[in-house]
Design a protein. Structure first.
Ligand code: CA
Length: 227
């Protein structure tokens, strides 16, 4: 399977050049020109790596990176910074970027850095934190869920919701909070979306869907993970 890279860059020439070259190297590439669209894609799909320009129109690359980590994503991020943005490198790394390259960069250097991060991400999967409840085993970093030893297919969003629940184990989680932290600030969604996804997760993970043991309903509030 070829690795999937999300390219977030607003300079059309650079996008074309990077897109061409990355495809030649065997990567799948999806390109967007602004941060809001990048986050929307990152909420819905799984990528192996993100190339993230700092100077984007609207939301900056730094904001995108911060929001991405706040969502709980550990996808490797390489920031693309301009030479004048020395401060941004430091801030970028603090906000959770894994690496950066300074424009104009040598393609070989970028490719080498991409390879290093992809290898590191792959190597770290088995060592990722593993959470067990009932007959369910969740590998948080590898985004892998098994039930009674069999792989369970979750959508990217279902997995994000499950991870959020696990990371907030025992806490009362309001529907609005879940919507905000798992889905982000997207307009057309209502808290009903949360209920629907919780229903799907229960069907896939609960031993008795009618009497959930792990994802418990708190009347008038929302949900609690009790695994
Ligand atoms: Ca730019």
């Amino acid at each position: 399977m070829s690795k999937k890279i999300l390219l977030v860059e607003d300079e059309a020439d650079l996008v074309m050049m990077l897109d061409d070259r990355l495809r030649v190297e065997g990567y799948q590439v999806e390109a967007v020109a602004d941060g809001e669209r990048a986050l929307a894609l990152l909420r819905e799909h799984v990528y192996d790596l993100v190339l993230l320009d700092v100077g984007l129109p609207g939301m900056s690359g730094l904001d995108v990176c911060q929001e991405l980590r706040r969502m709980g994503s550990s996808v490797p991020v390489i920031m693309l910074t301009a030479r004048s943005q020395v401060v941004d490198k430091v801030v970028g790394l603090k906000l959770g970027a894994d690496d950066y390259v300074t424009k104009p960069f040598e393609m070989m250097e970028l490719l080498a850095r991409i390879e290093v991060l992809l290898r590191r991400a792959q190597a770290s999967v088995p060592a990722g934190p593993v959470v067990e409840f009932g007959d369910v085993v969740v590998n948080l970093r590898g985004a892998e869920v098994r039930r009674a030893g069999e792989p369970v297919a979750l959508s990217a969003r279902e997995f994000q919701l499950l991870r959020y629940l696990i990371e907030h184990r025992g806490e009362a989680l309001g529907r609005d909070q879940l919507l905000r932290d798992v889905w982000g600030y997207e307009s057309a969604l209502t808290t009903r979306t949360v209920d629907v996804h919780v229903g799907w997760l229960r069907q896939k993970l609960e031993p008795d869907v009618k009497h959930p043991r792990f994802i418990v309903t708190l009347q008038g509030i929302g949900y609690k993970f009790a695994g």
